[in-house]
Design a protein around this ligand. Structure first.
Ligand code: TRP
Length: 329
């Protein structure tokens, strides 16, 4: 049984890429591990969110995760800012995180490039806060996508450095949770690349059927295959990739054969794909809205989650303080 920590950005709604890339696996993982799932709303402050909407976004993401199957009776589901112990560990870890290594982080360089007007210290120390999130529960596994691998590498480094500095083996060095072949990348419908928030090409779980239909119908394709058994082009492959995860095998086969025979009509394929996506997202969307309408239950869930998380976090903090040398005199 592993201790697993997974942080969720509180900005933006969940899309199919999130679902098939991570959440579906996280849901499966809960029963076999001790899982902590949290909404990273301290991290969200690096981009200065509007105070009037911050809590709305947190609530929304929370409802979406619950609707996908995160079970608060099995896992610990909480909001990062409800566990201030993490900010204390962050402060302590900052004392042995070095400016040079933080400046070299890919995500930081990317942020500097994209937002040169907001290069704040929180952004620089983002990986330190993430390390604190993880090691405060002494996690040994972290489910991460490719874009978070470097952050996890730094988490290991900070844990190792703490252990070496204080001649202890207190913090485990967490590994990436490997979903192996289960890890599916969902492409965007704009021709190439993955589906992502920053790519602006997401099909969201909360999208209305009419919105989904519109997005799918405007997906990029090509002018049609020109030879029998021709390999589909990149954008058409993308349509097939999404079909692979949520359409009936017979549907996929039908369109593959049509493509191979140069008889495919992309309009028909998109119509079918839109229908299949809608069939898949509709029960989730209905659950999200149901959960959102019950603020009382939501508050109870995160209240209890925070309590469990604080219990685990304060145990670590008091041990860490002792290790560092904060002892009664
Ligand atoms: N940085 C992660 C992301 O952008 C979110 C995150 C914050 C996280 N703290 C974490 C993920 C701890 C895993 C573990 O997606």
């Amino acid at each position: 049984m592993d201790i697993v920590v997974s942080g969720i950005r509180s900005t933006g709604n969940l899309h199919l890429g999130n679902y098939f890339g991570m959440i579906r696996n996280a849901v499966k993982m809960q029963s076999e591990n001790k899982c902590f799932f949290f909404i990273a709303d301290y991290h969200a402050l690096t981009t200065h969110p509007n105070p009037d909407t911050l809590h709305v976004n947190i609530k929304q993401v929370l409802a979406e995760y619950l609707a996908c199957g995160i079970d608060p009776d099995v896992s610990t589901l909480f909001i990062q800012s409800d566990v201030p112990q993490v900010s204390e560990l962050y402060l302590l870890l900052n004392m042995n995180a070095y400016i040079g290594e933080l400046e070299r982080t890919a995500s930081f360089k990317e942020k500097v490039r994209r937002h040169p007007d907001n290069v704040n210290a929180g952004l620089l120390t983002y990986p330190v806060l993430m390390a604190a999130d993880i090691i405060i529960h002494k996690a040994n596994k972290v489910p991460v996508g490719k874009d978070q691998e470097q952050h996890l590498e730094m988490t290991r480094k900070f844990a190792r450095r703490f252990n070496q500095l204080y001649k202890t083996e207190y913090f485990p060095e967490p590994d990436a949770y490997n979903f192996g072949s289960d890890l599916i990348k969902i492409p965007g419908l704009d021709g190439s690349g993955k589906m992502g928030k920053s790519e602006g090409n997401g099909i969201f779980l909360i999208d209305d059927p009419s919105v989904i239909k519109k997005k799918v119908m405007s997906a990029v394709t090509d002018t049609g295959p020109t030879a029998l058994n021709q390999e589909p082009s990149e954008p058409v492959k993308n349509l097939f990739s999404i079909m692979e995860v949520l359409s009936e095998p017979s549907t996929i086969e039908y369109f593959r054969e049509k493509h191979a025979a140069c008889e495919i009509r992309y309009g028909d394929m998109k119509k079918q794909l839109a229908e299949d996506i809608i069939r898949f997202t509709t029960p989730i969307r209905e659950r999200i809205n149901e959960i959102l309408s019950d603020s009382l239950s939501l508050r109870k869930i995160v209240g209890e989650g925070a309590e469990k998380a604080r219990e685990s976090a304060s145990r670590t903090i008091s041990e860490v303080r002792k290790i560092i040398g904060y002892r009664p005199f």
